[in-house]
Ligand binder design. Structure first.
Ligand code: ADP
Ligand code: MG
Length: 692
């Protein structure tokens, strides 16, 4: 049905009467009553029987039916926690934390006691813990230490339909675990109906379906293609608020920046309208501090308008949503062959996502979904299903992990959907460049050490190399700072003030050193939160950095690395950075403009870079990552000496020294080696290795 929803006000009036009849359930019922109202409760006993009779079970149920919060508790109530831990994996950190909190509350226990969670750099469990929520990445790393995962009596692999990279690898690993262990229960849950693939993969295991309880959702498509989805969503939200009775609004946006802009615009425009009831505008995305995240679950006297990433699609359930606004977009990590690495890209969602999103409006009563794209676009441009992450991203970390699990031939690993061979080769090539694999594709000493760190390969390489440059303390801080997003904040209306504060920290040769400087200053001020806030630095982020730092330090000590410091001889620190990032080297082309030395891709210095403080732009730099917005921006940049590049990336670079034509000044330049030959040789070798 195609209507111009912008002029559709009669429908709103009709809906109002209906909506008012739906009471706010969460506010009036006890936790026990809430639990018993969930669809999964009506099939609790049958479900437990199926689990008792089968080692592996696939469970399908609509979002909100109680899979994530109830299954672990049912398993506990049925005695499985006597035999070991009950684990539940989540593709998203936010979901792991939020769900653990909820379950602790339902069981009336403190978080981290009987119920806990574990995500990268944050373990909130104890000896008492019997139900443990964690990211799939955490369980994957645990399998490195104990390949049979013996401490678990049951594992729920939640949100399998998401097909996250780590979940897909876990599929293969857990399938083996289940073959080896008689005393384990494996439960795979999915929000979507096409669960046959899962059942097939695990060997024709039973599929248990939780009967749904959903209300009809009216769909409206946009008549025209929306140029500006933020603006379109803002307008739609305000229209709903002005023309409809009670019912919360859920907007699906792409990511943090868009979400913040949307929230800001809605609040701003609401303020300008007179005599309008207030509306609570709340953002939700993974990097949001968890106390702010929790707000979306709090009861409110006024209409809530939650602006979310696709985290609200299936992993978090908000009761009371009656209106969904769907931009039709999400941010996905996609391997970009042009730049040879993953980049977050704004991508159209799939039809499956679109249906999930609209379903969120029909949880507690009939709802409406406004799609900010056309019907034709839905039918012809959106893919039917998601492309699993394993088929679209860089696999360096997975390759490293599998290699250390002694999976020698990666093409033989039991993937549900094997990644393209090219992707595997490419990842192996990147690991070879870093020295993690040798010429025959086997893990080197360095590679073995790299696996120990829960970091991306270049970061762990830089950390491992640092003691040889005498600066492991400094690099440890820098790596920790890089593991936490957004250190600086730049509030609206105070941009100049906050920029000036940031500039005071600048170490002009390097954004990395600037980060180091911020941390050291904070430390000098006794890790004071107020000091941080005063300097426009996120105090909470710094606190997190400190925790990450101490965890990485533990690993370094286990590896018997030397802890040393160069004081202020920061050239050594820049060298160490170069050792992990020479593959991201760029050469100057104009002011602030560079080209990647290997690929020739143009990339520009970010306006916020400390390098501008130099007064000139250095000839050679390395960068942490490329961020693609309007241009390809280098994020976190350090000036380097071309000789370092030749020294640390001999497979790529050599130094050319020559006198200029009209001068007797010795010019040093770096040139790209005849790399194709080497690349081909390496590729052939790896191919031989993986094919036989
Ligand atoms: P499923 O996994 O099947 O999507 P969940 O177990 O996540 O379902 O959700 C069941 C119910 O628990 C939902 O009604 C949801 O609103 C509620 N719930 C989940 N997390 C929280 C929370 N942190 N606070 C309040 N309610 C929550
Ligand atoms: Mg769930």
């Amino acid at each position: 049905e195609e209507v111009d929803y912008k002029t559709d006000s009669q429908y709103g009036a009709a809906m109002r009467a209906k909506n008012e009849a739906v009471s706010d359930f969460a506010k009036s019922k006890t936790i026990k009553e809430q639990r018993e109202y969930l669809p999964v409760y009506s099939v609790r006993d049958e479900l437990l029987t199926v689990i008792r009779d089968n080692k592996i079970v696939i469970i399908v149920g609509e979002t909100g039916s109680g899979k994530t919060t109830q299954l672990t508790q049912y398993l506990h109530e049925d005695g499985y926690s006597k035999e070991g831990l009950i684990g539940c994996t989540q593709p998203r950190r936010v979901a792991a934390v939020s769900v653990a909190k909820r379950v602790a509350e339902e069981m009336g226990v403190e978080l981290s006691s009987k119920v806990g969670y574990s995500i990268r750099f944050e373990d909130c469990t104890s000896k008492e813990t019997i139900i443990k929520y964690m990211t799939d990445g955490v369980l994957l790393r645990e399998s490195l230490i104990d390949s049979e995962l013996n401490q678990y009596s049951a594992i729920v692999m939640d949100e399998a339909h998401e097909r996250s990279l780590n979940t897909d690898v876990l599929f293969g690993i857990l399938k083996k675990v289940a073959q080896k262990r008689r005393d384990i229960k494996l439960i795979i849950t999915s929000a979507t109906m096409n669960a046959e693939r899962f059942a097939d993969f695990f060997g024709n295991v039973p599929i248990f379906t939780i009967p749904g309880r959903t209300f009809p959702v009216q769909q409206y498509f946009s008549k025209t293609i929306q140029e500006d989805y933020v603006d379109a969503a803002v307008k739609q939200a305000l229209t709903i608020h002005l023309q409809n009775g009670p019912g919360d609004i859920l907007i699906f946006m792409t990511g943090q920046e868009d979400i913040e802009a949307t929230c800001y615009l809605i609040a701003e425009r609401l303020q300008k309208l007179e005599g309008v009831t207030p509306m609570l505008v709340l953002p939700i995305y993974s990097q949001l501090p968890s106390d702010v995240q929790a707000k979306i679950f709090e009861a409110s006297e006024f209409r809530k308008c939650v602006v979310a990433t696709n985290i609200a699609e299936t992993s978090l359930t908000l009761d009371g949503v009656k209106f969904v606004i769907d931009t039709g977009l999400c941010k996905l990590k996609v391997y970009n062959p042009k730049i040879g690495m993953d980049a977050l890209q704004i991508t159209p969602i799939s039809q499956a996502n679109a249906n999930q999103r609209s379903g969120r409006a029909g949880r507690t009563g009939p709802g409406i979904c406004y799609r900010l794209y056309t019907d034709t676009c839905y039918r012809t441009e959106l893919l039917e299903n998601n492309i699993p992450e394993i088929q679209r991203t860089n696999l360096s970390n997975v390759v490293l992990l599998l290699k250390s699990l002694n999976v020698d031939n990666l093409l033989e690993f039991d993937f549900m959907d094997p990644p393209p061979q090219e992707t595997i080769l490419n990842s192996m090539y990147q690991l070879w460049i870093l020295g993690a694999l040798d010429n025959t594709g086997n893990l080197t000493e360095l590679g073995r050490k790299m696996v120990e760190f829960p970091l991306d390969p270049p970061l762990s390489k830089m950390l491992i190399m640092s003691d040889q440059f005498g600066c492991s303390q400094e690099i440890l801080t820098i790596v920790s700072m890089l593991s936490v997003p957004s250190i600086f904040f730049r509030p609206k209306g105070r941009e100049q003030e906050s920029d000036a504060a940031r500039e005071k920290f600048f170490v002009v040769e390097s954004d990395h050193l600037t980060l180091l400087h911020v941390y050291d200053q904070w430390k000098m001020h006794n890790y004071d939160q107020e000091w941080a806030t005063k300097h426009f630095v996120h105090g909470k982020a710094l606190k997190k950095v400190r925790e990450v730092r101490s965890q990485l330090l533990d690993i370094m000590k286990q590896l018997k690395m030397e802890m040393n410091s160069v004081g202020t001889d920061w050239d050594q620190v820049r060298k160490a950075i170069c050792s992990g990032y020479f593959h991201n080297a760029a050469k100057i082309k104009g002011i602030g403009e560079y080209v990647n030395l290997r690929t020739g891709i143009p990339c520009v210095l970010h306006p916020s870079s400390a390098i501008y403080g130099l007064g000139f732009t250095p000839d050679y730099v390395v960068y942490h990552e490329l961020v693609m917005t309007t241009k390809e921006y280098m994020q976190c940049v350090t000036a380097v000496d071309p000789h370092w590049l030749a020294e640390m990336g001999p497979m790529f670079f050599s130094v050319k020294e020559a006198y200029g034509q009209n001068s007797n000044v010795l010019k040093r330049d770096i040139e790209k080696k005849g790399l194709r030959e080497m690349e081909k040789e390496m590729e052939a070798e790896i191919r031989r290795k993986t094919e036989d």
